[in-house]
Design a binder for this molecule. Structure first.
Ligand SMILES: Cc1cc2nc3c(=O)[nH]c(=O)nc-3n(C[C@H](O)[C@H](O)[C@H](O)COP(=O)(O)OP(=O)(O)OC[C@H]3O[C@@H](n4cnc5c(N)ncnc54)[C@H](O)[C@@H]3O)c2cc1C
Length: 491
């Protein structure tokens, strides 16, 4: 019997399941992993029920917004990983990359014509919800989306939470039930499934799968029709194996001290897991399960009453609680917003007080105003800001504390708050490996007041929106080596 919570599985169309057809397709679009993955688990269960083979179809288009060598290579690393692991497995793995724009058009429909059912990932942001809805209308077979995004099923809270405190309070009341049900660690292992000799030739002749040799070749990405200026970052290889290795290092070397040290830019004591979480190369269930196990935690440790306080509810060490606060409260309130707030990426989705105060101060005189191009090239007067922008460009990430400062200063030095928003979205999503995620929008909109409250004193440009300065950051944290590293001018 299935143990997948029903709330996590949703039909996208009214088309029937077609048991007379050849195989079940798992159309892997967001949770690009083989473990702790409810969508894969559901696809396996369907294939078992109908006694047909399973095809794991993992495509990558060339024309999605900000498609670049950096983002593509990360996904390709993960594909190579899967191609190796599934070489002798009981399923057919079909990695597909568009070698020309639109070359993949019609492929899902062609697979769908042979499919008993199609299962896909539910992801609440970027172009994925639109793509899934379009596919649902096109397929003549049942398309089901499965939510493997986090500990809390997207539909469980039933509404959008506007403050992290309220979401945390909800979680403290209801979290127990969601912590009790985990996806299977290895949904494929031990499963008897009929095997497919090969995919139909009329499909593979027109849409050939990427071979393992291609996927493992670093030059392959250079042949694809994508942005070649945003380069891969060798320090952050993609894939489940790399994700797990990074997580193990964090668990054994960095979780201790996380609470105090996570804000120090030069310490870099955080997990650096966000790109892997974004591309679904690791699951929050795996991370949370391992942290709880290391802490020898049990349900009896939970506090009896839910007050929404940041510390104390879990009954864990301070470091572990601090880490889960980021991974569950902040990450999942972001997913909650994207799921329930349709225009989550638009200016109008900010709280009324933030829109009012920012608009009231929109015409305030600005000592510095930079264009997108100047920001992108790190040509501001402020070395610390330039260093964080250069880290983003070269390393595909910015340390969390400096990322807040990075956003606040774009607000400070843009011609208008709406332009600041557009610049943040463009730069974050173009360069950050973890960009285009619900967290991207929550981080960016947080700099403009989302999840926050009005702060005094009221200031120029910011109005009542929380203010940050490079000067106070420099007072709090040592950043000389950080600046030296990214802009090489010393401090
Ligand atoms: C302007 C701005 C833009 C941002 N853009 C992104 C983005 O594109 N993608 C992204 O994943 N995060 C974004 N964040 C949130 C945060 O900066 C990153 O999640 C974090 O720095 C990732 O580093 P880490 O994996 O080492 O985090 P850790 O501290 O190790 O935390 C573990 C995980 O918790 C989650 N998390 C941590 N901090 C936050 C946070 N503030 N909000 C939501 N989730 C959090 C992430 O999934 C992270 O991987 C942004 C923040 C700001 C202020």
């Amino acid at each position: 019997m299935s143990t997948i919570p029903k709330l996590r599985i949703n039909a996208c169309n009214d088309a029937p399941i077609r048991p007379e057809r050849d195989f079940v397709v798992y159309w892997m679009t967001a949770q690009r992993r083989l473990s702790y993955n409810y969508a894969l688990e559901h696809a396996v269960e369907l294939a078992q029920t109908h006694q047909v083979p399973l095809v794991i179809f993992e495509p990558l288009r060339s024309e999605y917004p900000w498609a670049s060598e950096r983002l593509h290579q990360f996904v390709i690393d993960g594909m190579a990983d899967k191609a190796r692991r599934l070489a002798d497995a009981n399923v057919t793995y079909f990695p597909y990359l568009e070698r020309e724009h639109d070359a993949g058009k019609g492929l899902l429909a062609a697979l769908g014509e042979r499919a008993v059912a199609v299962v896909t990932d539910e992801f609440p942001a970027f172009f994925l919800p639109r793509m899934t809805a379009a596919a649902a209308a096109q397929l003549d077979v049942r398309l089901e989306k499965v939510d493997s995004n986090g500990i809390v099923p997207l539909r469980a809270p039933g509404k959008a939470y506007k403050r992290a405190y309220d979401f945390r309070r909800w979680f403290q009341k209801h979290g127990r039930e969601h912590l009790d049900t985990f996806p299977r660690r290895h949904p494929l292992v031990g499963k008897q499934l009929p095997q497919l000799d090969r995919l139909p030739a009329e499909i593979t002749d027109r849409w050939p799968a990427a071979t393992l040799d291609e996927l493992a070749d670093p030059a392959f990405v250079t042949t694809l029709p994508i942005d070649h200026d945003v380069q891969p970052v060798a320090a952050h290889p993609g894939g489940e194996e790399a994700a797990r290795e990074r997580f193990q290092t964090f668990l054994t070397e960095r979780l201790e001290g996380y609470g105090n040290r996570r804000n120090y830019p030069e310490d870099d004591h955080t997990s650096r897991l966000s790109p892997y979480l974004h591309f679904g190369h690791i699951s929050t269930h795996e991370i949370v399960g391992a942290v709880l196990e290391q802490e020898r935690w049990g349900f009896d440790d939970l506090a009896d009453n839910a007050k929404g306080k940041r510390e104390g509810w879990w009954g864990l060490s301070e470091d572990a609680e601090s880490f889960l606060e980021e991974l569950i409260t902040w990450r999942e309130v972001s997913y909650n917003t994207c799921h329930y707030v349709e225009n989550y990426d638009a200016w109008e989705s900010l709280p009324d007080w933030a829109i009012a105060t920012l608009e009231e101060h929109a015409d305030d005189p600005r000592e510095h105003v930079y264009t997108l191009d100047e920001f992108e090239k790190a040509q501001t007067h402020d070395e610390l800001w330039n260093a964080s922008q250069m880290q983003l460009v070269k390393d595909g990430r910015i340390h969390n504390y400096l990322r807040m400062l990075w956003g606040k200063k774009i607000l400070h030095w843009s011609a208008s708050p709406q332009e600041a928003l557009a610049i943040m979205i463009e730069l974050n999503n173009k360069y950050a490996l973890d960009g285009r995620d619900p967290n991207s929008y929550s981080g960016i909109f947080w700099t403009l007041g989302r999840y926050d409250r009005p702060w005094g004193p009221e200031r120029e440009i910011f109005g009542k929106v929380r203010y940050m300065t490079s000067k106070s950051t420099r007072r709090k944290y040592s950043v000389g080596r950080y600046i030296e590293k990214w802009v090489g001018k010393g401090y």
